[in-house]
Design a protein around this ligand. Structure first.
Ligand SMILES: [Zn+2]
Length: 484
């Protein structure tokens, strides 16, 4: 094993594992699943004047991928609307951009609040919003009294539509529940497998968010003109089909014409792929999630990391991977994306999921390059004992997080200013050098890492040359033109 394997294992066990006992996690999961998969569809069917039903509840999000970290406090589901998921109930057209489709209702009679002059696409939106309203009302009824589990009970805090109507995220409804432990129950703490540094207080109360996203289902063949050939050949997508959610393209042209396109979702297939991953890939994913969580302001979110993990694992013939090797591979993939500003979606390669704003592009590049150098050094030292170098390695990682966080306020400021390309680079280059300055003493105190500050400075200097060359060439060509 390498000294990096030990670090990943330790961070995973100490930071990523759930902070409540396995019994509590299981009890909460059972209650949430029972509520959304059994009670909700049943009661919705009987709800007066509701002509919708749920065809399927699809697991979504990290809890069901088995990659949720820290607390079991977020559950995501997709509710498939039966009436919009038959072969002849909706029509699909190409959207204004890749990954989106214009969806219209074919059967015009179904939804009473639609006006005669509403087009098929507007009717689709009305139908989905109506379905959402029935879901909220049904849940309020269901939770008018607490739901009882084995170790505690759920009560409803609220259920809200995120954001304003027709704005981003209005397609998601969030049910917030409060789980309270029964006072007479004594929970052994924590899960027995893991040795922890200090005893955490057993949780008596926990706030849990359940995100519900309504969607319609359509078989892959109906997306023939909408998805790249690669996606259409994907065996898992063929089996599962795709879903369409209410999330709109938000392009000005579409909003004005009231013909917004809707996002095509591959969640069901993605979930299946994630669940099938070897345990070590999941561990690497969780540790990276934890690590990048501290620098989330730079927009390297979990979806980008997940996409990189899916690519890395699919390229490997062998099922398993060592922790250190897996982490390095994913960081390489992320660095490649940071340099090219591009990371194709795993199930739809025409999409670019690497949407980092120019204000952070250089910082992200330096962050990933730095981590890659650091972890490669740890990976190159093999040891017999998991504890050798462990403290040294951890102290450097801690110092990186600390010095980054201490500059977080300045980093947040960058985005507010509208800067030219050169100013933008200057800001980011200088900030990174400042962060590096805080790190230098600890890096130089370990001979393995001593060269990293110098290498990183060269990295920044390289960009200075590139940018200045571009500016110089522009100036010369302008002068040349003036002379002519
Ligand atoms: Zn559009």
């Amino acid at each position: 094993m390498t000294s990096l394997d030990g670090v990943i294992r330790l961070i995973h066990d100490k930071q990523c594992s759930f902070r409540v006992s396995d019994d509590v996690v299981k009890d909460i999961e059972d209650m949430v699943v029972h509520l959304v998969k059994n009670l909700l569809p049943k009661l919705l069917k009987c709800y007066p004047s509701c002509h919708f039903s749920v065809a399927e509840v699809v697991d979504a999000g990290s809890y069901f991928e088995q990659t949720k970290i820290e607390l079991p406090n977020e559950f995501d589901f997709m509710l498939v609307v039966e009436q919009l998921s038959n072969v002849d109930s909706i029509s699909l057209k190409k959207g204004c951009r890749d990954g989106y489709a214009r969806v219209g209702v074919v059967n015009q009679e179904l939804w009473d609040s639609a006006k005669p002059d509403d087009g098929p696409e507007r009717r689709f939106e009305i139908a989905m919003l109506q379905f959402n309203m029935f879901v909220r009302e049904t849940l309020k009824l269901l939770l008018s009294e607490p739901i009882k589990g084995r170790l505690g009970e759920f009560s409803m805090k609220d259920i809200t539509v995120r954001g304003k109507p027709y704005k981003a995220f209005s397609h998601v409804q969030t049910l917030t529940l409060i789980w309270t432990k029964y006072s007479h129950v004594d929970i052994k703490h924590p899960s027995t497998k893991v040795k922890i540094l200090y005893e955490r207080q057993p949780k008596e109360e926990l706030e849990i968010c359940v995100d519900l996203m309504s969607c319609c289902h359509s078989s892959l063949s109906t997306f023939n003109n909408l998805l790249p050939t690669m996606s259409l050949k994907n065996e898992l997508l063929k089996k599962n089909g795709c879903h369409i959610v209410l999330k709109s393209c938000e392009s000005v042209k579409c909003v004005e014409k009231q013909t917004e396109c809707r996002l095509i979702s591959y969640t069901k297939t993605e979930q299946e792929c994630m669940r099938r991953l070897h345990e070590n890939w999941k561990t690497v994913y969780k540790v990276l999630k934890w690590l990048f969580h501290y620098t989330e302001i730079l927009e390297v979110d979990t979806y980008k990391i997940k996409t990189a993990i899916l690519y890395c694992s699919s390229r490997r013939r062998a099922d398993s991977v060592s922790l250190g090797e897996g982490l390095i591979k994913v960081l390489y993939e992320l660095r490649k994306s940071a340099y090219n500003n591009r990371l194709p979606g795993y199930f739809n390669s025409s999409l670019n999921v690497w949407n980092v704003s120019p204000s952070y592009q250089y910082l992200v590049k330096y962050e990933i390059s730095f981590l890659l150098k650091l972890f490669s050094k740890m990976q190159s030292v093999s040891t017999d004992n998991e504890n050798t170098y462990l403290q040294e390695n951890l102290s450097v990682i801690n110092m990186w997080l600390q010095s980054f966080c201490s500059h977080a306020a300045e980093i947040a400021e960058i985005k507010k200013d509208r800067l030219t390309g050169l100013e933008c680079f200057n800001w980011q280059g200088n900030l990174f050098l400042e962060i590096l300055k805080d790190l230098e003493p600890v890096l130089k105190s370990h001979s393995r890492f001593a060269w990293i500050p110098f290498q990183m400075k060269c990295c920044v200097l390289g960009d200075v040359f590139k940018i200045l060359t571009v500016i110089l060439v522009k100036k010369i060509s302008r002068m040349w033109l003036a002379l002519l």
